[in-house]
Design a binder for this molecule. Structure first.
Ligand SMILES: C[S@@+](CC[C@H](N)C(=O)[O-])C[C@H]1O[C@@H](n2cnc3c(N)ncnc32)[C@H](O)[C@@H]1O
Length: 295
């Protein structure tokens, strides 16, 4: 007979011995072990500690053994194993059709785009939406705005559709497009852009967990900015004159600084973690396009 506490302890020890890489929605091996055990027992992730002394059924133990093998040997992220991930207050369906949700842009949504946006946003675009977590958070946070969730990848959009059905925001729509190609000029107030941005060197060094995520969602050329140059130009045209681009580039923030040495990027101080997120006003994008990159 194995109690939940024993199952968590054993799972934790196995994962720590590998050691696995945490960072796809979990901070520690302990949290991953708890998630795997609760999912194996088909119990909610919010189950309280009173369950610790209870005994796991044989079927749950068999499922857990399979989960641990997938996590420790095949190095699948826990979110893909249990089929769920959380961003902010929301749960999302999660599988290898899109990245595991973890974008620090959720902090910008929670702050309601303040202090940058002085006007109430009417149209927000979740650009490169993947499974749709940011766009759905944005839609529920701003029911008075229209939210477009856009991605080039059909698989990612199908996952986003499942998540839209689960949360049912009435003000969100899906768009398949290459970056901002499907968006009318001057029609957007806020772009939340989370394009692929991992550079060549970082791609080589990523832990095996990332190998289960779609390559097209991560890899972005030698300097990580393959799509960013084009995005900066397109965003200048699509944004309203009072609009803002919130752009996540992670570790590639240094490459972006180097590419535009005369432009003072505003990098956000992210209280909930993460780095490499900047905000650029539409007027500044015009300047970036025509002047700041040149010597
Ligand atoms: C970093 S992932 C986005 C993750 C998502 N925002 C989230 O929080 O889960 C990058 C996404 O960009 C998409 N993508 C890649 N190239 C694109 C392009 N040219 N136009 C639009 N989307 C693109 C990929 O399909 C992938 O879903």
């Amino acid at each position: 007979m194995t109690t939940f506490q024993e199952a968590i302890d054993t799972t934790k020890a196995t994962l720590a011995a590998v050691p696995i890489y945490c960072g796809h929605g979990y901070d520690s091996v302990h949290d991953e072990a708890v998630a795997l055990v609760l999912a194996a027992a088909r119990m909610s992730a919010t189950t309280d500690k009173s369950v610790l002394g209870a005994v796991l059924e044989t079927t749950a133990l068999e499922r857990l053994a399979d989960f641990v093998q997938q996590r420790a040997i095949h190095r699948l992220p826990t979110a893909y194993i249990i089929g769920k991930a959380w961003l902010g207050p929301l749960e999302f369906v999660c599988d290898s059709r899109a990245l595991v949700p973890r974008s620090p842009l959720m902090e910008v949504i929670a702050a309601d785009y303040q202090p940058w946006c002085t006007r109430t946003p009417r149209h927000i675009v979740d650009l490169c939406c993947g499974g749709g977590s940011l766009g759905i958070l944005a839609a529920l946070n701003r029911p008075d705005a229209v939210i477009t969730l856009s991605d080039i990848d059909v698989d990612a959009l199908n996952l986003a559709r499942e998540n839209l059905l689960m949360h049912a925001p009435p003000n969100a729509r899906l768009l398949r497009a290459d970056l901002l190609s499907g968006i009318a000029p001057r029609s957007i107030d806020v772009i939340l852009a989370n394009p692929p941005y991992v550079d060549g060197e970082d791609m080589q060094a990523l832990p095996p967990e990332f190998g289960h995520e779609p390559n097209r969602a991560l890899a972005a050329g030698v300097d990580g900015l393959l799509l960013v140059y084009r995005l900066l130009a397109e965003a200048a045209d699509c944004l309203d004159e009072e609009g803002h681009l919130f752009l996540e580039v992670g570790n590639s923030w240094t490459a972006l600084e180097e590419a535009f040495p005369h432009f003072a990027f505003e990098w956000l101080d992210l209280e909930w973690g993460g780095h490499g997120v900047c905000v650029i006003a539409q007027q500044e994008l015009q300047y970036l396009r025509y002047g700041a990159g040149s010597e």
